[in-house]
Design a protein around this ligand. Sequence first.
Ligand code: NAD
Length: 496
Amino acid sequence: MSVAATTRLLPEVEAFLSQSPFPSFVGGKNFPASSGKTVATTDPGSGEKIAEIHDLSPAEIDRAVSMAEAAFPAWSSLSKADRSSILLRLADAVEKHKPIIAQIEALDAGKIEAQAQGDVQNFVDTLRYFVGLADKVELREKINAPGFEAWKYRQPWGACAFIFPWNFPFLLIGWGISPALAAGNTVIIKPAEDTSLSAIYLARLAKEAGVPDGVINVVTGRGATAGAALSNNREIKRMSFTGSPEVGQMVGEACGRNLVPVKLELGGKGAAVVFDDVDVAETAEKLVGAITFHSGQVCCDATRWLVHRDIYEEFTKQCVAKMEKIRVGHPLDPNSEMGPVVNPNQRSRVLGYLDKGKSEGAKCLCGGGAAEVEGYSGNYIQPALLSGSLDNVAAREEIFGPVAYIATFETEEEAIEMVNNTEYGLANSVWTKDEERANRVAEAMVAGNSWINAHNVFAQGVPYGGVNKSGVGGGVLSPETLMDYYRSTSVVRPLN
Ligand code: NAD
């Protein structure tokens, strides 16, 4: 790791990293890979190795699931009050350790440190939200059925599995496991191999906070082996996968074969529709902010900017000026506004899309190459703006980098058609001062989420999920998500 990054590390983070290689954490204990095999994890900002994590075999994954299932009867039979107080203690412990977890995350995922702190707080808020909601769930709910005494009885499922991507490692764990734990399930978390450190830290912290052994388990390793073994396991009671549509299909197939209920939260190719009555400078600022947030590695990002013809020239000019000023730098440098992408493969993928886009006729209005950051040889990219036909590969496929594609429209109908001309359906936004038009367009865009005069907005209680190639299974963050983690039994007694 470069000297500049090291000098900024908290002593607790240094102490944690010095424990590498990291075994998985299962049943309240370190759970090593018996093969001794490890996977290296690097600082995307410097390209240097920061730690190694154990690479579990499929048989070890199966053993971890059995241990999570063994912890289920005791955890699920706790009273709601006891379970809530344990989980609230965990939320408090995470909040207290926020600077440490955020720094681990910033270093492992290449995330600007202040943004990583926001992610950790989001985890805390999500856990508290679902604990509060679970407290109010009626486990026995009377059903009115003439001639019968009937009720619905809700109980947790058992061991629930979660596979997460590398872009929001800690925040997404919070979105995933909070409803499952609050309902009384045990969980097995498989983080991405590039970004497993914050999950391991969480599992150890959970033990310290008094979460019983086997309730929160973290299994590490490669997707094609450890991830595939988890999705093929027949003992898990539910699966939640967040990641690419390609891997999501494989996970969905495996769960389908085993008849395990599955939630898939997948990629996107979101649009922003900008009408001619907006404050051009302010809207340009916000959209540039959105596409450069975490270097564009955000599933719901606004990647297609559809701008009314009458303001296109001025809007484009403002966006280019703002993009060119973005300070690209190491995630632990407080002056950085945008960090690197997660690994060299991701950087090649983004630069490859820029080349393919240009060769299919797109014009590159700014950026479009690797960025140099003095003192670091990380995976940096200049934010880029392309323009041209929306048939272009860079306007159709998910790039997952700081690249936006800009095009014009004339009428509201045309804009809606352009937004909906995609296989994805995760999130879009509409920008206008006309409230009625905003509401109309927001409801006409085919996706799980529509935002008005904002992009990348999340609130506990508001469902977030995708349709079409962006996801199936109901999404996250809402009261319905909590109910997904109870299985229900209808109990009926004929009265005569
Ligand atoms: P990915 O699909 O490559 O990997 C996701 C996870 O799956 C990782 O933990 C990986 O180890 C595991 N995996 C890989 N191969 C596997 C296999 N054969 N079987 C089981 N598991 C396997 O995704 P990524 O590159 O880490 O993340 C980027 C993608 O995630 C983008 O498409 C992005 O849009 C999507 N994403 C979606 C959401 C959402 O909420 N909809 C949120 C974040 C990211």
